[in-house]
Design a protein around this ligand. Structure first.
Ligand code: PLP
Length: 447
């Protein structure tokens, strides 16, 4: 399929894409019979791999009953069952799930839910969000506004609401040699406190952050105590904490929610990707009871909604994905195989002259590439090293999720790995082997 022979408005108009015709387990096969190990789960989506029989059976069963019933007329048994399931395993105090069709929609809904909450409780002056640089929260205008990725924002900047961006928690680049990790975290909390003071705490709706940063910075994990400090600070000012776990959540880091590992409970949490595992487009906002009660006792209406909210087949797929994860103890598998992946990466790439940092949790692993390890100098963004790595990996039958080194000119190119939780030892061997080859081939191609 070349750009001249397609009527699909592909994002990359100069790229010729292979045609995926089937997927089983961790492998996708194209129309030429070539096979690819899905080491990124697409974009950290396919947590169960492809073609899982139990998920397909649940979807078929739901289609046979009813595929779609608009939520202004009906609820469905399956939407109720999925919400029950999510809330039973949600962080403390979460009482309801608001369903949408993906991550950006979840973020939009969370932003509006947070704003309306303050209107409902008589604080309509709160109109400002604070978020972080080197974050990605989706491509719709609200989500793009809270996101800090300059490259994605640049041409749409005049359309975006005014959001204050503070530093991300980026230990590899920003922790000073004279600081402990904890002190670094405290410094970041202080920076946030200063931003809040400048805006006036009473004017801020929420602080929005990915618990573990995915798409812009390759599995950046928070330092100990940082998010707890953020939580306390938000509480002191009555500001909501929205954690975006669209990419890092639903088991990807080895616990169902990444915030469990921080001992932090958000007011609103967005989930998507691994919720439906790619079998259907679905996301959700999980909300604290206090917020939902406010709506219930107040206007009685969340003024927001989309046509496919709570789609029955999407809910059936997500419920089946979550049940399989629990039944097959796949969070433990994610932790175990995640360690195995980290060890293999360390062995093979730990001393590589152009690998600056290996990081992540569970089966969410990032590799940051640098021109110079000692100075952490990134490669020239014009080289598009990340894109070269992706290409070289694809020719070796490997899917990885690369990111450019263009953001604020501060960071290097990254590769993100997020294979299905069902990935085997042999798959991990092949993933690391092919990735190491692809990195070297991509580097050689820049000379
Ligand atoms: N939030 C985060 C943290 C993400 O990583 C993404 C997508 O990568 C989104 C939101 C947007 O999700 P979607 O692409 O499903 O709209």
């Amino acid at each position: 399929m070349t750009p001249q022979t397609t009527h699909v408005f592909h994002r990359h108009l100069h790229t010729t894409l292979p045609v995926a015709v089937s997927g089983r387990g961790v492998t996708i096969t194209d129309s030429q019979g070539r096979q690819y190990i899905d080491a990124s789960g697409g974009a950290a989506v396919s947590c169960l791999g492809h073609g899982h029989p139990d998920v397909l059976a649940a979807m078929h069963a739901q289609i046979d009953r009813i595929a779609y019933a608009h939520t202004s007329f009906f609820t469905t048994e399956v939407a109720e069952a999925l919400a029950d399931d999510l809330i039973a395993h949600a962080p403390t105090g979460m009482s309801h799930a608001y369903f949408v069709s993906g991550g950006s929609e979840a973020v939009e809904a969370a932003l509006k839910m947070a704003r309306q909450y303050f209107v409902e409780i008589g604080q309509p002056q709160r109109s400002h969000f604070i978020a972080r640089r080197q974050s990605y929260h989706g491509n719709t205008l609200g989500a793009l506004a809270v996101g800090g990725n300059q490259w994605r924002r640049a041409q749409f900047a005049p359309l975006l609401m005014d959001v204050t961006h503070v530093s991300p928690c980026y230990e590899y680049r920003d922790r000073r040699p004279d600081e402990t990790a904890e002190q670094y975290g405290q410094r970041l909390v202080l920076e946030l406190a200063q931003a809040i003071d400048r805006l006036g705490g009473e004017n801020v709706i929420a602080f929005v952050a990915e618990t573990v940063v995915g798409a812009t910075a390759g599995a950046l994990t928070p330092v100990p105590g940082y998010l707890k400090g953020v939580r306390d600070l938000c509480d002191r000012h009555g500001i909501l904490l929205i954690l975006d776990e669209v990419m890092c959540g639903m088991g990807r880091t080895g616990t169902l929610h990444a915030c469990e590992q921080e001992g932090v409970v958000p007011d609103l949490m967005t989930i998507a990707k691994g919720l439906g595992g790619g079998y259907q487009p679905i996301g959700a906002v999980l909300a604290q009871k206090r917020i939902v009660d406010t709506f219930a006792k107040g206007s009685g209406l969340f003024q927001h909604g989309h046509t496919y909210l709570g789609h029955a087949v999407a809910c059936a797929a997500a419920l089946a994905v979550q049940q399989v994860i629990r039944r097959d103890d796949l969070l433990a598998a994610c932790r175990r195989q995640g360690e195995g992946l980290a060890n293999r990466l360390q062995q093979r790439l730990g001393e590589h002259p152009h690998v600056g940092d290996l990081r992540g949790r569970g089966l969410f692993r990032g590799i940051e590439l640098v021109r110079d390890r000692a100075t952490k100098t990134p490669f020239d963004p014009a080289l598009r090293l990340h894109a070269r790595i992706k290409r070289e990996a694809m020719t070796r039958g490997l899917m990885v999720y690369p990111m450019g080194g263009t953001i604020d000119g501060q960071q290097g190119d990254h590769v993100l790995l997020a294979p299905p939780f069902t990935v085997s030892e042999a798959d991990l061997d092949a993933i690391v082997d092919r990735l190491a080859q692809a990195i070297d081939a991509a580097l050689a191609s820049t000379h």
